[in-house]
Design a protein around this ligand. Structure first.
Ligand code: SAH
Ligand code: SF4
Ligand code: F3S
Length: 525
């Protein structure tokens, strides 16, 4: 990045700590006088591009650069010595994994992690933009951090993740929360050492958001959360542009990692003793489409199935690209688990069309049939949005009937939330909140019922559980997940944490199973 690209400065004077408050207020007054356009040109590095479907289609033609040369500049390797960092993570697994990468970078700069806000020298909020309430939570948290910043002017507060890719969010932080030191986007994580350095030694708020589509940076350090389960990105971004969704704008274009890089990472995790790997992408079924070889998710899963690691999962699937090759590979079983999270969003073909999901109710049901034929015991779960613009009662009923017809064992359900810049946000959000809430409640009752019924079937059965640790509610109880992702609580010695053991289910609840350990300390595969 050259100096021209650098953002112009904003005068938050941190040199004299007692003046922070008044400087912050001066700054605020000055910023309030700027128009929105002035703010954008002042602080956004490249021109902000509103969502554009035409452009999205041409995305694939552009080259993706893969970088294998990440390094922390020598002079920054000790910047964090004796200091602590705290990262708050919101949103999906993608963000959780980005947090592991940022923790890796910070650890390599000498920082140690802390859970205590008061003890931290740097606090990063890794944010999610998927729905309005996700954003509100973050703005609430930013507000809570202000007194701490005024008390500790050397504290660095950073906002990163999907919200920082949004123009309106950056504007709002600049205007209303000028005590924030650092804003950086999802494509700028590898720049963290330099950005921290600038925030520390410069006088101005550091903003670095690239609205360009994103490269792949391969060799970033990671401090993984635990030694049992690991996430592995197989691709980044999304080109599906569902009309309600902000992700294609916050995460950039679809770009796949090279198979050899993924396989090497999974092999390495297996060698380190990890028991489960979840392959990550917003739309993993599009894996490989942008590569210069004829290679898809089915091929990748097939190769990964040969690696000696007991459990492989993948998320999230998009029904549109779920092809026969993948079904064939998944049906081989082995370490490929037959739990498929397959977001449907709506049971109405008309709503699906305006959502630009590019499949109909019938297409979805056909795909489910195919999956069930190849994997009779497969567990299916889904995501559903209620109250999309113009959704009629009848269309919502179609979602209810689809839920039953497929027999989803659980579902994440959401009230539609307009996201600025997406096509759907231009349409009137015309379903009253009471109606949206009533639909959500009815749907959730059905989801609970189906989950309860699915869980009931496990009573008396023996399941394989990857023991993750003590249960959150009771330290005398261990908990872990079955192959089909059901949480099981049971008593056993702590020595079996990290092993896969057999547990007999004694009692099924709506969302969890209680059981008894069958064979102590004997690991099964
Ligand atoms: N890539 C995944 C899901 C990403 S976001 C997929 O395509 O399935 C996770 C879920 O959030 C989505 O499946 C959708 O159900 C929900 N979601 C996304 N945008 C939303 C919005 N604007 N309002 C409400 N829910 C939304
Ligand atoms: Fe969003 Fe998923 Fe659609 Fe991509 S496929 S636009 S992430 S809902
Ligand atoms: Fe949220 Fe970004 Fe994930 S918007 S759901 S954190 S990709």
């Amino acid at each position: 990045m050259n100096e021209k690209q650098r953002l112009e400065s904003q005068q938050i004077n941190r040199e004299n700590s007692t003046d922070v408050k008044s400087d912050t207020n001066d700054n605020l007054d000055r910023l309030k006088k700027l128009s929105s356009d002035e703010l954008i040109s002042k602080y956004f590095q490249t021109t902000y591009e509103p969502p554009n479907l035409k452009k999205a289609r041409s995305r694939r033609k552009k080259d993706v650069d893969i970088h294998y040369d990440f390094d922390i500049p020598l002079e920054m390797k000790a910047v964090g010595k004796g200091k602590k960092f705290l990262i708050r993570t919101y949103g999906c697994q993608m963000n959780e994994h980005d947090t592991e990468i940022m923790a890796g970078i910070l650890t390599n700069m000498g920082y140690q992690s802390t859970e205590d806000t008061n003890d931290a020298d740097i606090i990063l909020l890794n944010t999610c933009a998927i729905r309005e309430n996700a954003e509100n939570k973050v703005f609430g948290e930013i507000g809570h951090l202000k007194p701490l910043k005024l008390e500790k002017p050397d504290l660095i507060i950073g906002v990163c993740g999907c919200m920082s890719q949004e123009e309106s969010v950056v504007n709002r932080i600049l205007k209303k929360h000028p005590f924030v030191d650092l804003i950086f986007g999802t494509h700028n994580i590898h720049r963290l050492p330099t950005l921290i350095n600038e925030a520390m030694f410069g006088k101005e708020m550091v903003v670095e958001v690239w609205s360009k589509e994103g490269d792949i940076i391969e060799n970033l350090p990671k401090v993984r959360n635990g030694k049992i389960k690991a996430w592995v990105n197989i691709m980044y971004g999304c080109d599906k542009f569902c009309t309600y969704c902000i992700v294609p704008y916050t995460r950039g274009k679809e770009r796949s990692r090279r198979p050899e890089d993924i396989i090497q990472e999974v092999r390495h995790l297996a060698a380190q003793g990890y028991k489960e790997v979840t392959l990550l992408g917003q739309n993993v079924n599009a894996y490989g489409k942008d590569l210069d070889i004829d290679y898809g998710l089915g091929d990748l899963m097939n190769e990964i199935s040969k690696i000696d690691i007991p459990r492989i999962r993948f998320t999230t699937s998009h029904p549109r690209d779920f092809d026969d090759r993948l079904i064939e590979v998944l049906a081989q079983g082995g370490n490929l688990l037959d739990h498929i999270h397959l977001p449907v969003q709506s049971g109405s073909s008309d709503i699906l069309r305006v959502m630009a999901r590019r499949y109909t109710r019938e297409d979805y049901l056909d795909l489910v049939k195919k999956i069930r034929q190849a994997m009779p015991n497969a567990t299916l779960t889904t995501d559903i949005i209620v109250g999309f613009p113009n959704e009629t009662d009848e269309q919502f009923e179609e979602t209810m009937t689809l839920m039953e017809e497929v027999g989803f064992e659980s579902a994440y359900t959401f009230i539609y939330s307009p996201r600025e810049g997406t096509p759907a946000a231009k349409w009137e959000d015309n379903i009253p909140m009471e109606v949206k809430k009533a639909r959500l409640q009815r749907l959730n009752e059905l989801v609970n019922k189906q989950s309860r019924e699915a869980m009931k079937k496990y009573e008396g059965k023996i399941v394989k559980v990857l023991v993750e640790g003590e249960s959150k509610k009771d330290p005398d109880v261990l908990s872990g997940y079955t192959e089909r992702n059901k949480l099981v609580n049971f008593k056993g010695p702590k020595s079996i944490i990290g092993n896969i053991v057999e547990v007999k289910v004694t009692n099924a609840k709506t969302w969890t199973l209680d059981g008894e350990l069958i064979e102590e300390a004997i690991e099964v595969k």
